[in-house]
Design a protein around this ligand. Structure first.
Ligand code: SAH
Length: 680
């Protein structure tokens, strides 16, 4: 719950606005702040105080105990000009709350945690539990001194400017902040076996014919890396989820030699590390589910362990928990890497099992006895077969839950319970992200989040350029030139299959004449896929033109590079006959100039010459140009590859220079029909 506290009328108004707009539960506290702040501090996960920072600090200071458990605190000033993340920036979520509050109130978010100010992935905000000297390793990352990453397996982690385990920082040039270093390590060299289409000057769509010298086919660019905050360019293998063994992996070559600031105390250095073998390497982040003796290491605990549990009726929570903890400890496995507890259907309501899963903070998943019966296990039991219809619960459930993983702890028993542990194979994550038509404020917040969560970003070079400044240090960028769509799709899926968090980007919506289809046609069910919708060119253009899409409409690509012209013509004819508003994508390029006039002439067979037509070039970009003309008046020379053309239907009118397609013919002529009543 988010607590809202104010002392003035302006503050109370702000509380009301936040209470109405924040997505989660909120509570507005009334009364003297001296009394309500301590109460709210105890009740809430987060607080927004409409107070001066000084007053807030004095009230809060005696209440603080631990940044991992204290609520996140955001302060807003009387004029609602600033939303300041005061306490609990990461663990308390105050940084993101400050952004949310600022969005709602029209204030500026003020975030001062170092990682956020330089765009570095905060170690304490990784999606998995993290242990160890987080502050000192973060300091090394911020300073640009080399931090190595070791990973027992690749998990879909956000980017970090780290070096693969064992790599020594090569000379390289001093990092220039903002400039990718020369360390571009090829991540996806062009596959000579993949035929490159004839120079297609497309915006990521189905391809356009050459546009002239500018369209000379750029060669696919190898993987480059976003440099670290102090100019460290962690090269391709330096993404945080590089597995331990990267034999022969090329070393990153553009590590900053920026000297550490002598005024800043250095983190516990390499020599302090418990294990001699680590000493020369310096700070280390280790993604592992194993409890290790090495000190001075930041351990990231992936949710790799699947704990299978069986029990007799009436087993206690303590017995199950004791058995699970004993098994993990003996095997040297970290409790925080337990991702899920699994059992057989018949036991999913057993209080001892349910309670143990709750205490471990993991979900309890149950499988049917039929499914478990099919699973080969090392230690089957006749008693279990008689009781629940499968010869194994703990081992079989653990193996089923691990979906192709291996058993790491065989069945162990206590008086009333059994436990076994399996390790699952990580699943990579592919986010297919639409960037919108160009303008930064038409990029959705969700798309932004996905871009910063991906350690690998794959896309057309011009789209990468559009969002490169948003990418976090350590992101591996695999940009390729026009036309290399299949290769991009394949690369994105292959990287996700390795376990990485990948973002495949495209303009507008990445599923509209774009990369989602070839990528998902390649993808099997061994990766997670997330689609992030984007504002399409058709929608961006429509908003500029007025309301041309107010009734049934269709988009048709006029590119016949991948679709035979007769098919396109048939669709244009069908749209003409059914009086659909039509948006033409890929309407015209230098090498493809007759298709648009032809398509327009087909529509003109069914629509009056004065039917409104909208031409939008470069919607939401600096060279945006909008024109409302007519079917008869359309000059194809005003149309190029960065244009969409929207042709109205027979009811579309031009009103005050804007295209307006009426919602419905009946509705227009009579009183509002009931089904329209709620749509004001
Ligand atoms: N996925 C994109 C479409 C890619 S196809 C989307 O959802 O919008 C490429 C075509 O989109 C271009 O030829 C052009 O017709 C259109 N297009 C893309 N961006 C545009 C923009 N900003 N303004 C106008 N048309 C655009």
């Amino acid at each position: 719950m988010i607590g809202l506290i104010a002392t003035t009328a302006a503050g109370r108004h702000g509380c009301d606005r936040l209470a109405a707009a924040l997505p989660g539960p909120t509570r507005v506290y009334d009364g003297p702040v001296r009394d309500v702040v301590p109460t709210a501090f105890g009740d809430c996960d987060q607080l927004v105080l409409f107070l001066a920072t000084g007053a807030a600090v004095r009230l809060l200071a005696p209440l603080l105990s631990d940044k991992r458990t204290d609520p996140g605190i955001v302060i807003v000033d009387e004029a609602h000009a600033f939303a300041v993340a005061l306490l609990g920036g990461h663990a308390g979520g105050a940084n993101s709350l400050a952004h949310q509050v600022a969005d709602i109130l029209g204030a500026h978010p003020v975030v001062t945690t170092a990682t956020d100010s330089v765009g570095l992935t905060p170690l304490d905000a990784l999606p998995y539990p993290v242990e160890g000297p987080i502050a000192s390793v973060t300091r090394s990352l911020l300073d640009g001194s080399p931090v190595h990453l070791r990973a027992d397996a690749i998990w879909p982690l956000p980017p970090l400017p780290v070096l693969p385990d064992g790599a020594s920082p090569a000379g390289g040039s001093p990092g220039v902040p903002g400039a990718p270093g020369p360390a571009a390590v090829s991540a996806a060299p062009p596959d000579p076996a993949i035929p490159r289409p004839a120079a297609a000057a497309d915006l990521g769509g189905s391809g356009l014919a050459p546009q002239g010298p500018d369209d000379a086919l750029p060669s696919p660019v190898a993987g480059t890396a976003i440099p670290g905050p102090a100019g460290t360019s962690a090269a391709a293998p330096g993404s945080p989820d590089v597995p331990a063994a990267t034999p022969g992996a090329p070393g990153p070559a553009a590590v900053s030699s920026a000297p550490p600031d002598p005024a800043i105390p250095r983190p516990a250095a390499a020599a302090d590390l418990g294990d001699g073998s680590l000493a020369p390497q310096g700070p280390l982040i280790w993604v592992t589910d194993q409890v290790r003796p090495e000190e001075g290491v930041v351990y990231v605990r992936p949710p790799s362990l699947v704990v299978g549990v069986g029990a007799s009726k009436g087993v206690s929570v303590e017995e199950v928990l004791g058995l699970v903890r004993g098994a993990l400890e003996e095997a040297g496995l970290a409790e925080r890497s337990v991702g899920v507890m699994v059992t057989v259907e018949a036991k999913k309501g057993e209080p001892g099992i349910v309670g143990a899963a709750e205490r471990l903070g993991v979900e309890l998943v149950a499988y049917g006895a039929e499914e478990l019966k099919e699973t080969a296990v090392p230690n089957p039991s006749k008693a279990a077969l008689a009781a629940v219809g499968t010869a194994s619960v703990a081992e079989a459930a653990a193996l089923v839950g691990a979906a192709g993983g291996e058993l790491v702890v065989e069945k162990r028993k206590s008086a009333m319970a059994t436990v076994a542990v399996a390790r699952r194979v990580p699943r990579g994550r592919l986010a297919v992200v639409g960037l919108g038509p160009g303008a930064r404020d038409l990029l959705t917040p969700r798309a932004r989040r996905e871009l910063t969560a991906a350690s690998v970003v794959v896309g057309l070079d011009q789209y990468v350029a559009q969002i490169e400044d948003l990418l976090r240090p350590g992101t591996r960028v695999v940009a390729s030139g026009l036309g290399a769509e299949e290769e991009r799709a394949r690369t994105a899926v292959a990287e996700a299959r390795k376990g990485h968090a990948v973002a495949l980007i495209g303009s507008g919506d990445a599923g509209v004449y774009a990369m989602a289809s070839p990528a998902l046609a390649e993808a099997a069910d061994d990766i997670d896929v997330v689609g992030v919708p984007g504002v399409t060119a058709a929608l961006a253009a429509a908003a500029l033109l007025g309301a041309p899409l107010g009734h049934d409409h269709v988009s048709i690509s006029l590119s016949d590079l991948h679709t035979p012209w007769p098919v396109i013509e048939k669709r244009v004819r069908a749209a003409a006959e059914s009086d659909l508003v039509v948006t033409f994508y890929n309407p015209r390029s230098r090498g493809r100039d007759w298709q648009l006039p032809k398509a327009v002439s087909i529509l003109a067979e069914h629509r009056a010459p004065d039917t409104p037509v909208g031409v939008v070039h470069a919607a939401s970009r600096p060279d945006e140009r909008t024109e409302v003309t007519t079917l008869a008046g359309l000059d194809p020379r005003t149309v190029d590859m960065v244009t969409v053309v929207t042709v109205g239907n027979t009811a579309t009118r031009t009103v005050a220079g804007r295209m307006v397609t009426p919602r419905g013919y009946r509705w227009q002529s009579g009183p509002a029909a009931p089904e329209h009543a709620e749509e004001k």
